[in-house]
Design a binder for this molecule. Structure first.
Ligand code: GLU
Length: 485
């Protein structure tokens, strides 16, 4: 049997990092088993529909490096893969259930239903349920109402007080009694199916073999299991994954603590490979010490047995930042430059060095990448290589006892560098040290002052490396402008 997994996003907002984690597991499982990974758009909730979200979700999935074998754009034997284009199908199946006596028409108004909910709440019920008023309508009454176009829904007839069980590959056997299950609406007044209806029909028709999704869907699964039974279909395997939480307590990921959507993380300058590597471990681990995983390795090592049997896993933002920095540090300059260019283009960000030669940019990257944790830090780490720094007098002389000593040091450096014929980093290092020793300057006062002149910063890579890249002309120019201050 071909393994077929799916990711089924709803275009109700921006794509969340948790969604990518779930997508990755589905993707890896399909790839590992030489199966198919399907993308399906579940856009049946018209009230929560966000215009443009369908396109943005697909873009983000691609930005993160994933592609789907079947789905929007890719096509496939079960097209269309967008639920709003499959409405006739859901209607047909809903009517089949009515026919079989597993579903019924309900003509109750929203007013009546909300009143009912209020009453049930007021009487202290644990959960609110439809009271099945319409279940008792006579055939003729139903036909009359349908003929005159009375707005209606189709509801599933959930058996009374029955234990519904299913085997979850991670959580084991789960049993939920139907006394807590409402007669779920399957087809809404607007002719759209509900999620529960569409998900079952599509997972069946699209021959999905494994459903991997967040464990917030566990309580809904009995409804799905019942629908499979009503239709006489074999349910797929269920794999419910832990959801993500902030490190503190049991809070869901929240904007209060930082980014939540994938696009926000990418905008901030997280590398897709690093973000993926971090997300892989939110619910799964290989059972070894290995922490750095490429997607190929993950596809090889991923296994459902190693998914954590827990409700929530902590999304450690500090760790993510650390991993990102590590990826940046270990990336060859050439590759890092490519990533920076992709990022800048994608988010319309100006990038220093775009017009400088690649060689120069590579050597600058080699100098600064140890300090870079996010792509977005690049400009502020390299600006002084490309533009004269703005320097305040107070800052310039903050490492010397007084202005005249500062001036003397800078003048000394100027005459020293003026004489240099071969502008070479180790030579510059040697003569500069000789110079300050002969004058008995403290290395800190001399080099910090020089550093501020050249970069406007107090924390930078090795000053001689900077001198080397800047070149004689621009070093002398910056010394001159500082002396004018
Ligand atoms: N459309 C659902 C969602 O947005 C899919 C849930 C599932 O995977 O069954 O989460």
């Amino acid at each position: 049997m071909e393994v077929r997994t799916r990711m089924a996003p709803s275009p109700t907002g921006e794509y969340h990092v948790g969604h990518i984690r779930t997508l990755m597991y589905n993707y890896a499982f399909a790839r590992q088993n030489k199966g198919k990974f399907i993308l399906r758009i579940e856009d049946t909730d018209r009230e929560r529909y966000v215009p443009g979200a369908v396109e943005r979700i697909q873009d983000v999935i691609k930005m993160m490096g994933f592609e789907w074998d079947e789905g929007p754009g890719a096509g496939g034997p079960h097209a269309p893969y967008t639920q709003s284009e499959r409405l006739d199908l859901y209607k047909k199946y809903a009517l089949e259930l009515v026919e079989k006596g597993h579903a019924y028409y309900c003509f109750c108004t929203e007013e009546r239903l909300s009143k009912l909910r209020e009453e049930q709440k007021a009487s202290g019920s644990e959960f609110t349920k439809y009271d099945r008023l319409c279940l008792n309508l006579k055939k003729e009454e139903i036909e009359e109402k349908l003929k005159t176009g009375v707005p209606h829904v189709i509801r599933m007839k959930v058996p009374d007080n029955e234990d519904i069980s299913f085997d979850d590959l991670i959580l084991g056997k789960i049993t939920i009694n139907t006394s807590s299950v409402d007669d779920q609406v399957l087809l809404k007044t607007d002719g759209f199916p509900t999620y529960h209806m569409a998900v079952v029909v599509d997972d069946h028709l699209m021959k999905i073999t494994h459903i991997m999704r967040g464990n917030d869907w566990v309580p809904s699964t009995p409804k799905h299991v019942l629908l499979y039974r009503f239709f006489g279909w074999e349910p797929p395997a269920f794999v419910h994954l832990p959801n993500l939480k902030e490190v503190e307590g049991t809070r869901k990921l929240s904007k209060r603590y930082g980014s939540v959507s994938v696009i926000e993380f990418l905008t901030e300058g997280y590398l897709p490979v690093a973000l993926n590597n971090f997300l892989m471990f939110l619910g799964w681990n290989p059972g070894t010490e290995k922490e750095i995983y490429s997607m190929e390795e993950f596809i090889k090592d991923f296994s459902v047995d190693h998914i954590q049997k827990t409700d929530l896993v902590a999304f450690d933002r500090q760790k993510l930042l650390w991993i990102n920095g590590m990826y940046i540090r270990n990336m060859p300059a050439e590759e890092l430059w490519k990533e920076l260019q992709i990022w800048a283009k994608r988010f319309d960000v100006f990038l220093h060095g775009k017009d400088a030669g690649e060689k120069v940019v590579y050597s600058i990257l080699d100098l600064v990448k140890d300090r870079m944790k996010l792509l977005s830090e690049y400009n502020s780490l390299v600006h002084y290589f490309f533009e004269d720094p703005a320097i305040e007098k107070e800052e310039l002389f903050s490492y010397v006892s007084d202005v005249s000593r500062g001036k003397e040091i800078l003048e000394g450096f100027k005459s020293l560098f003026l004489e240099v014929k071969e502008w070479d980093v180790s030579k510059l290092d040697a003569i500069a040290h000789e110079f300050i020793a002969s004058k008995e300057y403290k290395p800190k006062e001399a080099f910090m002052t020089l550093r501020i002149v050249l970069t406007g910063e107090t924390a930078t890579p090795q000053i001689f490396d900077i001198l080397g890249i800047l070149g004689k002309e621009s070093v002398l120019k910056r010394l001159d402008s500082a002396l004018k201050i």
